[in-house]
Design a protein around this ligand. Structure first.
Ligand SMILES: Nc1ncnc2c1ncn2[C@@H]1O[C@H](COP(=O)(O)OP(=O)(O)OP(=O)(O)O)[C@@H](O)[C@H]1O
Ligand SMILES: [Mg+2]
Length: 314
């Protein structure tokens, strides 16, 4: 649904993004994660057709963003980093104005405004002036204007920035509601945001994509290892020996109690299968076997702080 190939953007001598490649499939919710200045907003402005790249291609639903801008704009709802604030407009009137701009068919305008108001929980303030709303509500107006044309694709640039925790939770819930109906890419510099709402993540750092994968795979891929927590009814002196011969077992150490073990593995499901079969075959009394959630924060920090530290701060 979104396809980006070799996208590069220079601002004068400064290269903001460098040969970026990614795709987002129909119905996916993808997080575009990176520290300040990584190139998130630049990429989003290009894929929504608000800015031309220096080179490379961006397509939405097969339409080239610059060759077919109208086809693209019809299919996209965009929450920019700094939403245009028509502060002297009433919320509902503003949504009507955007719906007209986006050429929503006349007979659908009312239902789609109502839909956008309902999804963003703005019904109660629809007759208020935007300038009198709190920041959280204004952000919701920004999301409502992205939704009002009922677009296939939503591009949300830092949808929760500057909101209080309750508002952040509300926006996250909203994104969960939108999942399934729209293809969504949202940018953020906050990892937990991605974990809360996205199934896949693209990590960008200093204008380059440094990782992209499903969240659970990313953890494995970058640490090269993952960990299983195993609880056994039987006392075992040395689990590593008992697991001998299984390729992919790196270490097995006693955990919090004598029944608990932490087994580091390299590889994925087959290794886990082999370990669980062995434990059962040896009659060790398997009470629990669970993958340990690898701390993605570590992975993110490693990817975005590991290399050239040209003073880029989160
Ligand atoms: N109009 C501009 N002129 C010159 N340089 C720019 C311009 N816009 C962005 N940049 C530079 O391009 C790089 C990428 O900026 P961009 O806004 O895309 O990053 P970002 O990931 O959205 O950051 P943030 O998290 O701070 O919003 C930065 O180094 C920034 O300073
Ligand atoms: Mg930005």
């Amino acid at each position: 649904m979104i396809e980006v190939r070799d996208l590069t953007k220079d601002y004068g001598p400064r290269r903001a993004i460098n040969m970026i490649n990614f795709t987002v499939n129909k119905g996916e919710v993808v997080g575009f994660l990176g520290p300040n200045g990584a190139g998130k907003s630049t990429t989003m402005k290009i894929i929504t057709g608000f800015m031309a790249p220096t080179s490379g291609v961006a397509k939405i639903a097969g339409f080239d963003v610059f060759e077919s801008p109208l086809e693209v704009k019809k299919r996209i709802g965009y929450l920019p980093e700094t939403p245009p604030v028509y502060t002297d407009m009433y919320v509902r009137d503003y949504l009507k104005y955007v719906a007209d701009l986006k050429k929503v068919p006349r007979e659908k305008i009312k239902t789609q405004i109502d839909m956008a108001l309902e999804k963003t929980n703005l019904g109660s303030v629809q007759k208020r002036l935007i300038q009198n709303l709190s920041k959280g509500y204004r952000q919701r107006v920004g999301i409502a204007q992205a939704l009002v044309s009922d677009p296939e694709v939503l591009v949300l640039d830092e949808p929760t920035v500057g909101l209080d925790p309750k508002q952040v939770a509300e926006i996250r819930d909203l994104i969960k509601v939108l999942r399934g109906h729209h293809t969504i890419i949202l940018s953020t510099h906050i990892l937990s945001e991605v974990q809360a709402t996205c199934e896949r993540v693209i990590i960008i750092h200093q204008g380059r994509i440094v990782a992209q994968d499903r969240i659970e795979n990313l953890a494995v891929q970058n640490q090269g290892q993952s960990r299983l927590n195993i609880r056994l009814r039987k006392d075992v002196a040395d689990l590593k020996t008992l697991l001998g011969g299984i390729e992919g077992v790196v270490s097995a150490n006693q955990g919090a109690s004598r029944h608990d073990w932490e087994v580091h593995i390299r590889g994925t499901d087959e290794v886990v299968d082999a370990i669980s079969s062995r434990v059962v075959k040896e009659g060790l009394g398997l009470l629990e076997l669970s993958p340990h959630k690898v701390d993605l924060e570590d992975v993110f920090l490693k990817l975005t702080y590991g290399q050239d530290q040209a003073g880029v701060q989160p």
